[in-house]
Every structure is written in C-alpha cells, then in structure tokens.
Write a new protein. Structure first.
Length: 554
C-alpha cells in the first residue's frame, strides 16, 4: 500500500471525530435511566439511621399507573423506566418483612417531583416513627378477661388482644388523641358454628357504651399511655327458634341470626355492631353479649355447615326476614321467644307421598251420623298451606272447608271423601282420600210400655228404641172364632189402629177408638177381659189383655 499524504490523513481523522461526536450522545441517552431515587431515614433516630423495607410508590400527576418498590438494606430505593413528567412520591410508612407489613412510620408524600429524560431525580425523606403506645388491663368482677380485642381509633388504627391476665399493649401509634374500644372475641381454641365471644358487653374508654360518647386517650411520641383499663359487664341475650314455613314446621339447622342495636348517633347513623349466632339441631339460637336497649333481629336466610376440617360453607336457601318488632333487651337478662318462620328462595311444587286418610270419629249415640276427620297424608316440597274440600260421591259439598265433617241425613247412602290441596310458592297439588260409605239409618222400633182401656178407647204407651226415630201404624188384633164343628174357624181381626211418629228415646201414648166389632167382643169377654195383640209397622208385637177400665201392663 502506498503512503498517504498528510492532507488526506487529516481529513480522515477529522471525519472520524465528527462521526463519534454524533454517535456518543445517542448511546448515552439509550443507557441512562429515567426515574427517581433516594434514601429513607428515621427522623426519630439521633443518628438518622436508614429505614429498610419501607414502601415507596410513584404516581403520575393527574393519574396513571402507580409503580412501587421497597427501600433496600441501606434505606435506598430506585424506580426506573418512568416517562418524563411530574410525579407524586408516596412513602406509605409500611415496613414489610417476610410478607408481614406494619405501618411503623407516618405516611409522607412528596408532590410535583419533576422527572426528566435520562435522569434519576433524587428524593430523600426522613420518616417519623410511629412509636406511641397504649396499655392497660381488662377485667370483669375483678377477674382478668382474655381474648378481648382492644382497638385504638385516632390518627392511626391499631389493635391488640388481651392475654390470659387481661393485659394488652397497642403499639405503633402516631401522636394524637384516640378512642379505645374493648370488644370480646371468640377464643382461638373454639372452632365451629357454636363458638361465640364471652358474654361481655362491648364498651369504650372509660366505661362508655358508644363511640360517640367515648373519652379520648392522649398518645405522645415515644411514650406509653398506661392504665387504660376496662371493667366489662355481663351482656343480655336474645333467644328463639327458627323453622321452615311449611305445614310441618321443621327446625332449620345452621341458620345465621343477627341482632343490631337501633340506637343512632347525632348524625342519624346507626351505632353498634351486629352480634350473631347460628341455630342448633333443634333450630334454637341464642345471641349474647348484648347491652340493654332495643334491637333489630334479622333471620338472614343463610344456612351454614361446618366441614370436618373446620371450614364453614354457607348457602342462601331461605328468604331473609326481620322479626316483626323491635326486641327489647335488659342486660344481663334474656329476651326469649324471638322466633322465625322462613320461606324457601326456590321452592319446588308439593308432591303427595302418602294419600289423605279418613278417620271415623266415635259417637255417643248410634243414631248420630258419624263425624269424619281428614288426615292430610304426607307431602314433599314443604307445602306452606293445606286446603280441604269434601266430596259426596265425587261432587263437592258446598261450604265444607274444615279438616273435619259431620255427616248429615242427606249423606245417607252416599260415599264421602276429602280432597286435600297442598300449596307453596311454586304451585299447588291435590290428592283425594279413601271413601267412607254413610249408611242409611235403620228405623227405630216402638216398644209397648203399657196398655189400658176406658170405655171404648184403648190407651197404648210406647217407647222409641233403636238407631233412629220411630214411626209407623199400630194395630190392635184379637182372635175371632166363627162356625162350629168342622166349620169352626179362628182368625185375627183388627179392632183398632192408629199411626204414630216419635223421636228416639221418647215415649208416646196413643188413644185408639175400638171398632164396633171390637166393642162387641170386649163386651162379650166380660170381666175376664179381651186378649189382644199390639202389633203393626214399626212396633214390636206384644200380647196383652184389655180388661175393663183398669190398666194392664205387658
């Protein structure tokens, strides 16, 4: 290769330098991050030590995607790949370790942080440690009460549960005024639907029954406010039973029943938390830990069951229902009888699984038509109502809608049955019972109780016996002999008759005028009297002697 002149060499070098000057800025812009960076330190620390694992989030002014990170071991953080613009940088105060986060620092927000392309804007902060505390002891009757949740409401919100000695300490509180609540919890050792908190009334410091009336507790930075104690009072109870709204009124197990105080604050808002319980195998429930006052009771319609592993699964098969009136409680007493009857959310049309049955009730007298009772049979689908109709030979008997029916004379000789119609929200189904035949009444029989004669008038006393009223025609017969020798004949001859009608069990005296032939035969008989037969339709035959004016009995 030949030698290059100095002029050419200078030209080449100048070109390379120019090319590099054009390329280098682009390379720099492509590799420089755009975002925010900085260090978080503890304001309360004398050495302003760094804060690790603090949460930092940036959000574009005007809204947009929020990007978060956490400070490292030396309190440093960096959020890159941001677009140029203005951002809000928020230090939430949460410190998270192994997935557990606590707000141990007061939240700090830096607004309108300008981020330019290719630059990391530095935002350093000093976080104020939340290190105030409230401590105390919870007792009842002087004895310690464990498993009470004590919560402080103020510039922050923190809770702690009392130990077996009734002691608690609430930490990480920002300075300010707090209202403190004491609420019994279900003991962790208790598992299942039957578990409830101990029977103590929730209260606020000091001894107040509502958040609004509660006294405040002052908390200062780095100090513990002590002796915030509570003496809990025994609560009242609401109890009752829950059944399904069917003709069988079966108890429902596991129904969620809740009460809520009817008191309101000055803004008209309801105060007080709901207290709940579940029904047992007999459908019974008891809600406890209630303060004196009025309560609204709700049968939620939710039915819950507990698995063998302790998990609770709830369904909603019934329509929710509120008790019809406000329930008054006087602690520590019990208001009982707060019962519920729940309709199904999605009922199925009733089906008859066993037909209705007629039962014939015994009567005091055989002459009285029977009283029939209709047993409704068995029904699936939880019918909520039953309607009865009575049928005479398959035709509806007007106006008869009771489950019992007293047969009438018009039913004699006919078959009687009942029709039962079961209904619920899904529809209605009818079923007919067996048939009972109503027999025709057997006429009563009149018995002779006495007979006498005065002049030509015979007085016959009758008593009506049997199954029903007596009626018929009474006849007086006597034997009449005619002819002689082989032509001699004897026949019954009627010498008197009369119709009669009388009620069962009653007596009646008939006066019968003898026929002319009867009078002749009576006169011919003389003092020995005339033998006569009292007989006829509806009369039990009997023989007597008609003698003069004296009275003859059978």
């Amino acid at each position: 290769m030949g030698r290059t002149s100095p002029l050419v060499r200078n030209f080449i070098v100048a070109g390379l330098i120019a090319l590099c000057s054009m390329l280098l800025p682009g390379v720099a812009n492509a590799t420089s991050p755009t975002g925010v960076t900085g260090t978080a330190r503890n304001f309360n620390s004398a050495t302003h030590e760094t804060v690790a694992n603090a949460q930092v989030c940036v959000t574009p002014n005007g809204g947009g995607t929020t990007t978060c990170t956490a400070t490292g071991a030396e309190g440093k953080y960096t959020i890159e790949e941001l677009a140029a613009g203005e951002y809000e940088v928020r230090f939430t105060g949460n410190v998270c370790v192994n997935g557990s986060c606590e707000a141990v620092y007061a939240e700090k927000v830096v607004n309108s942080v300008k981020v330019t392309s290719g630059n990391l804007t530095e935002v350093n902060v000093e976080l104020v440690e939340i290190d105030g505390k409230i401590s105390g002891r919870v007792t009842s009757g002087g004895a310690p009460v464990g498993d009470v949740e004590v919560c402080a409401y103020g510039p922050g919100f923190e809770c702690h549960t009392t130990n077996t000695n009734g002691e608690y300490t609430i930490e990480h509180l920002a300075p300010g005024s707090y209202k403190v609540e004491f609420k019994p919890l279900v003991p962790p050792s208790c598992k299942g639907l039957g578990c409830q908190p101990a029977n103590y009334i929730t209260q606020y410091w000091s001894g107040q029954s509502s958040f609004e009336a509660a006294n405040t507790v002052a908390v200062s930075t780095g100090e513990t406010t002590t002796a915030i104690n509570a003496e809990l009072q025994a609560g009242g109870h609401i109890s009752g039973r829950v059944i399904n709204a069917s003709i069988y009124a079966q108890p429902i197990v596991g129904v969620h029943v809740c009460s809520r105080p009817t008191t309101t604050n000055k803004e008209g808002e309801r105060e007080g938390a709901r207290e709940c319980a579940y029904t047992n195998s007999n459908g019974e429930y008891t809600i406890q830990a209630l303060a004196s006052g009025g309560y609204e009771v709700e049968f939620t319609g939710k039915v819950c069951v507990e698995s063998s592993g302790g998990a609770v699964k709830c369904t909603h098969p019934y329509i929710a229902q509120f008790y019809q009136s406000i329930v008054s409680v006087g602690a520590p007493g019990t208001t009982s009888g707060i019962n519920g009857s729940l309709l199904e959310v999605s009922p199925t049309k009733p089906t008859n699984t066993a037909a209705p049955t007629l039962i014939v009730a015994p009567t005091l007298k055989a002459t009285v038509y029977p009283v029939l009772s209709c047993l409704p049979g068995s029904w699936a689908g939880n019918p909520t109502s039953l309607v009865y109709r009575w049928l005479r030979n398959g035709v509806v008997v007007a106006g008869q809608t009771s489950s019992s029916y007293a047969a009438q004379s018009t039913d004699a000789g006919y078959g009687i049955s009942c029709e039962v119609t079961a209904s619920n929200g899904a529809g209605a189904t009818a079923a007919v019972s067996n048939t009972v035949q109503i027999p025709k009444p057997v006429p009563g029989v009149a018995l002779l109780k006495g007979a006498g004669i005065k002049g030509s008038t015979v007085s016959v006393k009758l008593l009506c016996t049997g199954a029903s009223a007596c009626s018929g025609v009474l006849k007086i017969l006597t034997k009449l002999t005619t002819g002689r020798g082989k032509h001699k004949k004897t026949r019954n001859t009627m010498i008197g008759a009369a119709s009669f009608s009388m009620a069962l069990g009653k007596t009646l005296t008939l006066r019968i005028h003898l026929t002319s032939q009867g009078r002749k035969l009576l006169a011919r008989a003389g003092k020995k009297g005339l033998e006569a037969q009292i007989t006829g339709r509806g009369v039990k035959s009997h023989t007597t002697v008609l003698k003069g004016p004296s009275k003859h009995r059978p």
